[in-house]
Write a protein that binds this ligand. Structure first.
Ligand SMILES: Cc1cc2nc3c(=O)[nH]c(=O)nc-3n(C[C@H](O)[C@H](O)[C@H](O)COP(=O)(O)OP(=O)(O)OC[C@H]3O[C@@H](n4cnc5c(N)ncnc54)[C@H](O)[C@@H]3O)c2cc1C
Length: 462
């Protein structure tokens, strides 16, 4: 048994079994970290005057995507004068811009910004590691850091682990299909290596899923690799969720790129060199790229938190778990129980950024003993990439439905690119990030109450 200091945190005491110390302890190298500061109940006071004696409030953010990174940067600015210990955990040490992963997969240059560098000017501890478990009773997480497993305790946990493609529902997806995960086998990084050889032999790719990600991916592959035969298979009529005009524009752009659209068709199984459809057919392909169905990681469900069918943590308007209020959830991993003023809360970088900023405002208000405001917002625009230097961009205010004029070609591309850049910059300069629709929650609640009252009146009237 050896006692030392954690390499990144002098406040962390390590007790480690190490075979170099005692041969009898050779079973495995296991490190358990125990924080020297005591567990601390949620604090509401301004601690700047009692820093010497009071333990810090430990805020642990897991996941450094749009939501987690913006939350951390914004909160760091707000609690700078308070006795708060802020830690951000992420499995990679770079910020992944997921809306660029289809570009990365098709060999475009994508910037991977260093998280430690971004955080260096703030008083934030960064730990690169994979969260493998969550114990809400003991208020700690289990973390795999290189070959070590250790634990981190918290007073407040901020769960921002994003989402991933659901590989479990359709047979063969887990074994054979590629997804746009950033790294690992069958990922965007693996596609980047594989697609050039499929291009060289004039092979075939099936993109399964006709949501925005599937459309963007099919267009990007066809645009970057003109000798690859791309088929886009989707259950619904293509892009009809965006209305007839946008759907028709997207269809024309994809057809111009040579993408074959097979809509109103579901993929029921994926095999090594083909996909099977519910129309009884089999489509041969060199690879299938699966973009359908995003779900949040299962950690929260396994830990007993209240989650929905997509593993998203169900949160109140202040982004606290409805079952464990000391746990905040933001971004793709969160599902607001109450309507924040939009017809549907979409998993998107825009939503994640708004939730990251709002979550930081809520927690900072709570730490100062103030009442936070409820989550309230509106979507004001969307862009869907349609290959290199082409996209369709439109206004979708107030009801998240596209409204003309629609901007296509270069202009559409500039709009989409502008959105993605703005969101990435906002994660580093959270002060510039603003959103609209801050009174929509109240209006949505009033509408809901009116509807419920009307429903209650109806049986009496009958
Ligand atoms: C190809 C593609 C195109 C897209 N285009 C758009 C678009 O144009 N506009 C738009 O608004 N949205 C778009 N999206 C969706 C958008 O990227 C996501 O909704 C957004 O990234 C969600 O942000 P987040 O912070 O919740 O999660 P993420 O960005 O997924 O970040 C989660 C972070 O947590 C880390 N993490 C996960 N599990 C663990 C673990 N166990 N331990 C440690 N770290 C972990 C991940 O590495 C990651 O850094 C697109 C997505 C894809 C895949």
């Amino acid at each position: 048994m050896q006692i030392g200091c954690h390499k990144r945190d002098p406040l962390t005491l390590l007790l480690c079994d190490d075979h170099s110390v005692d041969d009898q302890d050779k079973v495995s190298i296991n490190v358990w970290s125990i924080h020297m500061f005591k567990s601390n109940a949620p604090a509401f006071d301004n601690r700047s005057t009692v820093q010497e004696t009071q333990p810090s409030t430990r805020i642990l953010v897991i996941g450094a995507g749009y939501a987690g990174l913006l939350f951390t940067m914004r909160l760091a600015g707000k609690v700078a004068s308070q006795n708060v210990h802020l830690t951000l955990v992420n499995e990679s040490d770079t910020f992944t811009e997921r809306p660029r992963l289809h570009q990365f997969a098709t060999n475009q240059e994508v910037q991977w910004r260093s998280l430690p560098q971004m955080l260096s000017r703030k008083n934030i501890q960064f730990i690169q590691g994979r969260v493998i478990g969550l114990d809400p009773i003991q208020r700690k997480i289990m973390l795999e850091e290189q070959q070590y497993t250790h634990q981190l305790e918290y007073d407040y946990l901020v769960y921002a682990l994003g989402s991933e493609t659901d590989r479990k529902t359709v047979p063969g997806v887990a074994q054979y299909a590629y997804t746009l995960a950033a790294r690992g086998p069958l990922s965007a990084a693996a596609l980047r290596e594989t697609l050039p050889s499929i291009e060289a032999r004039g092979g075939q790719v099936v993109v399964a899923g006709g949501g925005a990600t599937g459309i963007e991916t099919a267009a990007e592959v066809a645009s970057a690799y003109p000798h690859i035969k791309v088929r886009l298979v989707t259950r619904e009529p293509l892009a009809l969720f965006l209305g007839k005009s946008v759907a028709s524009s997207i269809r024309s752009s994809l057809q111009l790129l040579g993408v074959e659209i097979i809509d109103q068709t579901s993929v029921t199984a994926v095999r090594a060199q083909s996909v099977v459809t519910d129309q009884g057919g089999k489509l041969a392909c060199d690879l299938c790229l699966w973009t359908g169905g995003f779900v949040a990681p299962s950690l929260a469900r396994e830990a007993g938190l209240a989650v929905n069918e997509r593993n998203q943590i169900v949160v109140d308007p202040f982004l606290r778990s409805i079952s464990h209020p000391e746990i905040y959830a933001i971004g793709d991993a969160a599902h607001p129980r109450e309507n924040p003023g939009v017809p549907m809360v979409r998993m998107s970088a825009v939503t994640a950024t708004i939730m990251g900023a709002h979550g930081a405002d809520c927690l900072s208000a709570t730490l100062r003993g103030k009442t936070p405001r409820p989550l309230s917002f509106a979507y004001i625009g969307q862009g869907i990439a349609l290959g290199r230097h082409n996209a369709i961009g439109f206004n979708n205010y107030p009801d998240d439905k596209p409204i003309p004029p629609y901007f296509t070609g270069w202009l559409g591309y500039l709009i989409r690119e502008g959105f993605v850049r703005y969101l990435a910059i906002a994660t580093q300069r959270p002060g510039i990030f603003v959103w609209i629709g801050k009174r929509r929650y109240e209006r949505a609640q009033s509408r809901q109450q009116a509807m419920e009252q009307k429903k209650q009146m109806q049986p009496h009237q009958a």
